[in-house]
Design a binder for this molecule. Structure first.
Ligand code: PEP
Length: 261
């Protein structure tokens, strides 16, 4: 099923301080009009989320947490919970490869985070993808299978409606080495097949699947045109409001709606 709305996520990672984040949002809101056919989601650092939540026009952009802890409250020094992010963000990244590989997040952590997000009314954007070594060993589909099973083990069919999956091959993140259209098409097909196996054909059609990995304004349209790709997760190219707006424009096909202040 082709979704009417494309999703474009900007993951700023550990970049932009609070002042820069606020200026960025101001600039982006001047450049990008409200598009009914594109959901634009900004994922700043946790530090900037609250102030941006007061500044953002939710008709224009939504906010995502890059990370959160899965317990709702308690003795967990330095952590922020999905419960605490309720009402501040609409989405949350889960299982980003930098969290899996630099911070050693396990399948269990990721499963708990998917559940915590849903429990707290936050839509999880579940990132999955193989490393270069796994790709060269022919293990891509096994990795996608295992990561999906691991993350969704406690999720009901009804809850699955809230989940977005992002296919992010680890070898293509942050290095300009984007995946080929045929790699992305076959990975997205494998993801939907696995969802069909777990939740049935309707769920497999309905789930929104994104691609992420060194997307630029030049490559965005080609990825967005691939069958089964509902949007993009963008890292480096989202750090400049103008460059990011060029990617958003590629996702926008319908009529522009004048921005309402
Ligand atoms: C990401 O951070 O998820 C990402 C895809 O980064 P980049 O676009 O820089 O590869």
């Amino acid at each position: 099923m082709a979704h009417d709305k494309k999703i474009i996520v900007g993951n700023w990672k550990m970049n932009l301080d609070m002042h820069e984040a606020s200026l960025y949002l101001h600039k982006l809101s001047q450049i990008v009009k409200v598009h009914r056919d594109v959901e634009v989601i900004l994922a700043p650092t946790t530090l900037s989320l609250q102030s941006l939540s007061l500044q953002v026009n939710l008709r224009q952009f939504k906010l995502a947490a890059q990370n959160f802890y899965w317990r709702d409250r308690g003795y967990f020094t330095g952590e922020v919970s999905a419960t605490q992010l309720r009402g501040i963000v609409q989405y949350g990244l889960v299982g980003h490869s930098e969290r899996r590989h630099i911070f050693n997040e396990s399948d269990k952590d990721i499963r708990n985070k998917v559940a915590a997000a849903i429990r707290n009314g936050i839509r999880p954007i579940l990132c999955i993808g193989e490393t270069a070594w796994e790709k060269s060993s022919g293990e891509t589909f096994d990795v996608l299978h295992d990561q999906l099973i691991g993350a969704l083990a406690n999720i009901t069919s009804q809850e699955l409606d809230q989940v977005i999956v992002a296919y992010e091959p680890v070898w293509s993140i942050g290095n300009g080495q984007s995946a080929s259209p045929s790699d992305v098409t076959s990975a997205v097909k494998a993801i939907r097949k696995q969802i069909e196996h777990l939740y049935g054909a309707k769920a497999a059609e309905a789930i929104q699947v994104l691609y992420g990995g060194s997307v630029t304004p030049d490559s965005a349209a080609d990825y967005l045109a691939l069958p089964g790709v509902d949007g993009l997760l963008v890292g480096a190219a989202s750090l400049d409001a103008y460059i990011f707006s060029e990617i958003i424009k590629k996702a926008h096909k319908g009529s522009e709606v004048a921005k309402e202040d």
